[in-house]
Structures are given as C-alpha cells and as structure tokens.
Write a protein that binds this ligand. Structure first.
Ligand SMILES: [Mg+2]
Length: 164
C-alpha cells in the first residue's frame, strides 16, 4: 500500500449517525473505535445528547462493540464514557497506536474486524491503517478556526477527495 493510499479513508459519511449496524455488518465489522471531538460532538459540547444514546444503542443491540478513543484530556473523555456506558481511552496520541491496541484487546476484537470513526486524516485514518483497521471519516462538526487547523485541513483534501 502506498503512502498516499494509506491515508485515503475506506468510506466517508456525512455524519457519525450515518454509520449503521447494517453497513458495519456488510463490512464484517464488529467493533467501532470512535473519536469524540468534531466526530461525535463539537469541542464546546460537554456531554452526550439523545442522538448519541440512540445511535450507540442500535449499534450495541446489533452486536457491535464500541469504545471511545480520543486525544483529548481525561475529564472530557471520561464524562462521555460514563454517560454513554462504554469504555474510553483519553490522551490516545493518535496516530500512535498503543491505546487503540489496548481498546481492541479490551473489546476482544482483532483489528481486521474493527474500524475507526473519526474526522481527521493524519490522526484517525492513519492510526487505523497502521493497525490494519478500516477507517471511516466524517467532516468535522465545527472546526477550530486557527491557522494551524486550516492548514491541516488543506493538507487532508487530496486524501478525502480520493475516498468513497
Ligand atoms: Mg476529532
């Protein structure tokens, strides 16, 4: 796999809740590692809402194991985890893979049956690829407006365009 293709997501979705149990079943995916910031919620949203609860309930009822994998700090991540009732890993330092490995081990699912759902190519998608997981990407819910973030988004464009 070339460096370029390793950064192209397997699938793009409009929003996290478009990832359905039926789609995951058709892909042979039984575990979903989920990013929080800008994937599930914007930075300023401190707790999960009804859409999160409903979506996760449907996934889990269909046998999909879920965990949160965030580069953000423990207080925010633990609050989401506690309320949603799923395991969570804060400070993951994606694209590093150590915590993702731990998350998969905790769920008892091998990487080839697992996917990452996130909003960033150079953290979420790259981390997934390094472990041989599928990478599903959504557009950021509400991006930071700093120059650094805008630059990062610009660099992501060719990979996003190449994705399905
Ligand atoms: Mg994110």
């Amino acid at each position: 796999m070339s460096f370029f293709s390793s950064l192209v997501p397997d699938r793009k979705f409009e929003k996290y809740s478009d990832v359905t149990p039926e789609f995951l079943a058709s892909e042979g995916i039984s575990a979903l590692l989920i990013d929080i910031d800008n994937t599930l919620a914007p930075y300023e949203q401190a707790e999960p809402d009804d859409t999160h609860f409903g979506w996760l309930k449907r996934l889990r009822e269909s046998g999909v194991s879920c965990a949160l994998i965030s580069n953000n700090k423990p207080p925010r991540v633990e609050r989401f985890a506690r309320e949603l009732g799923i395991p969570a890993y804060a400070d993951c330092k994606k694209p590093k893979t150590e915590f993702l490995r731990r998350a998969l081990a905790g769920l008892g699912v091998p990487p080839w049956r697992a996917a990452i759902l996130g909003d960033q190519i150079f953290t979420d998608c790259l981390a997934a690829r390094r472990l041989g997981m599928k990478a599903y990407i959504v557009p950021p819910i509400k991006d930071k407006k700093t120059l650094f973030f805008r630059f990062k988004r610009l660099l992501e464009k060719p990979f996003l365009r190449a994705g399905k």
